[in-house]
Design a protein around this ligand. Structure first.
Ligand SMILES: [Zn+2]
Length: 174
């Protein structure tokens, strides 16, 4: 396993709409890839990591959902391949961050309850309803696969502030 470098805001691959994954083609390298993505995400205490955040053009992401009752417990891993959000319900504004914009936190509106369809790590199609943090994570990761970042969703009035903050943070990134 390996901790990989995470791409940062400003790198073109984060703005790419990623290529659909053919499960059969990726299956042989999937266990290693997922192990590396998980280790990379855990190393920076992330909740999710999309393929373009490690430089790959694949519609694939992982979510590592922490146990709300036990912060030392192993998070639940979701592997989401070619995900599509089928329905969104409710809305809540909450602070959000991203491993590709480290150090920045900003309020973003997200649906509170979603239904998502995706292929899992075994090649099985899943339809899942998610609420709370998991719903937020699914939306954040699907956005990554479409080349979108959470900073795109902040209130337009706050965008100049976000730009300024990114400019200040950037020299600290690897
Ligand atoms: Zn992110």
């Amino acid at each position: 396993m390996a901790v990989l470098r995470i791409t940062k805001y400003g790198e073109p691959i984060l703005r790419q709409k990623l290529k659909p994954v053919k499960y059969k083609d990726i299956a042989p390298r999937l266990p290693q890839l997922l192990a590396d993505m998980e280790e990379t995400c855990l190393a920076v205490r992330g909740v999710g990591l999309a393929a373009n955040q490690i430089g790959l053009d694949l519609r694939l992401a992982i979510i590592l959902l922490p146990d709300p009752k036990d912060e030392n417990a192993k998070p639940t891993r979701y592997v989401i391949i070619n995900p599509v959000i089928l329905a969104k319900r409710g809305e809540k504004v909450e602070e959000e961050g991203c491993l590709s914009v480290p150090g920045l936190w900003a309020d973003v509106a997200r649906a509170t309850d979603i239904t998502v369809r995706y292929t899992d790590e075994n090649g099985e199609e899943q339809v899942k309803r998610a609420r709370g943090l998991l719903a937020k994570a699914f939306q954040h990761e699907v956005d990554h696969l479409d080349g979108k970042l959470f900073v795109d969703l902040v209130d337009p009035k706050l965008k100049p502030e976000v730009k300024k903050a990114i400019k200040q943070l950037r020299p600290k990134w690897d």
